[in-house]
Write a protein that binds this ligand. Structure first.
Ligand code: AMP
Ligand code: MG
Length: 346
């Protein structure tokens, strides 16, 4: 399949009509799938009302069929058509955080294609805060199911180049709107039950949510492997570069001692460092992932750094760890998955 690339300035006015965006929207209306930038990562969009379009998303990504998709909308009326009702807490969260990196699980997946929700009686919805995504949603005039635009299991794409690397030839097109903002996926909260529950940490923190709706629970399955997560996708290996990743809970000098040992055994070793520590390491590849002084910069860089390790030919990767506070919760959630939970303590 030929994959079209449409270049769109990341600062477009989402109220205006752009010929490239219209072409991409027409592809979506024909039930083809198209990747587009959002403020979190690139999404792979398809008409959420069409089983045929949604099936193409799953097959392009190689995504397991039991992992439901997030539906993206440009306006509240679109939400109302897709759910049985909007609970009060959900309404408050939409007013506070939309458009933005917050996905809300709502009761009753009315009218979306059945493969969007993987058979659940809820549907996950978000309004992205990116002018190109909003312009495309408006031009298509459809709710778009859109998981991250990567091959299943690989780090999510934060640039069009990442999408082309994974999906060129497998999808109808890519709207290239430069690099994305947050760099990590949205926070997923469940508002379909009695409590507001975080199913996946992301760009909006627990503290920010609590300011709006009071107590917020974290799905216990996020920290306990024995429990079945409410968000099916959370159980899969994710975000992983080819070389195995190990997290090091200790000082840079301890991390260095692990690297020295493996290099003495003939292995090529990569280190995921920070701007603060990068100069202290001796390894085959050292890549800084933002600065500790600003965790958002770490979130921003993470997937690109994991992909850069794939382009080097290291055998193993050792990574520093970060605080679980604030956006650190999302960073550590993704890093732990990239490492399949391997941690060495000093
Ligand atoms: P991705 O599209 O790769 O960012 O992943 C979407 C995340 O949202 C996955 O963890 C899904 O399991 C989760 N999700 C989507 N729909 C639902 C739903 N109805 N209930 C719970 N989790 C959902
Ligand atoms: Mg994903």
């Amino acid at each position: 399949m030929h994959t079209n690339v449409w270049y769109v300035d990341e600062n477009v006015d989402s109220e205006k009509v752009y010929p490239q965006v219209v072409e991409a929207a027409e592809c979506l209306q024909r039930n083809e799938v198209v990747a587009f930038p959002t403020e979190t990562v690139y999404g792979l969009g398809g008409n959420a009302l069409s089983e045929e379009a949604v099936a193409k998303i799953f097959s392009a990504k190689g995504r397991p069929a039991d992992n439901p998709l997030i539906v993206h909308v440009a306006s509240r009326p679109h939400v109302e058509k897709l759910v049985s009702h909007i609970p009060k807490q959900a309404d408050k969260l939409m007013n506070a955080f939309w458009p933005g990196p917050l996905t809300i699980v709502l009761p009753g997946g009315k009218s979306v294609a059945s493969n969007v929700t993987a058979g659940l009686d809820t549907v996950a919805i978000r309004m992205p805060d990116h002018p190109v995504a909003l312009a495309l949603l408006k031009a298509a005039n459809l709710p778009l199911a859109a998981p991250s635009a990567n091959l299943s299991g690989k780090p999510s794409p934060t640039t069009a180049k990442h999408v082309i690397h994974d999906l060129s030839g497998r999808i109808a097109g890519i709207v290239d709107g430069g690099s994305t903002g947050v760099g990590l996926e949205s926070t997923v909260v469940d508002c379909s039950g009695d409590h507001v529950t975080i199913l996946r940490p992301g760009g909006v923190t627990k503290e920010q949510l609590e300011e709006v709706v009071g107590e917020v629970i974290i799905d216990p399955a996020l920290s306990d492997e024995g429990q079945r997560p409410k968000s099916p996708g959370v159980k899969y290996k994710h975000y992983a570069p080819t070389a195995p990743v190990t997290l090091v809970d200790g000082s840079p000098s301890y991390l260095q001692s692990l690297v020295d040992k493996r290099r003495a055994e003939g292995k090529k070793i990569g280190v995921l460092a920070t701007e603060e520590s990068k100069a202290t390491y001796r390894a085959d590849v050292v890549i800084p992932c933002g600065t500790r002084a600003d965790l958002i910069s770490v979130a921003n860089r993470l997937y690109d750094v994991l992909r850069q390790f794939d382009e080097s030919d290291v055998d193993e990767i050792y990574s520093e760890m970060f605080t679980h506070e604030g956006v650190g919760a999302a960073v550590m959630n993704r890093l732990s998955k990239a490492a399949s939970n391997r941690v060495i303590k000093e």
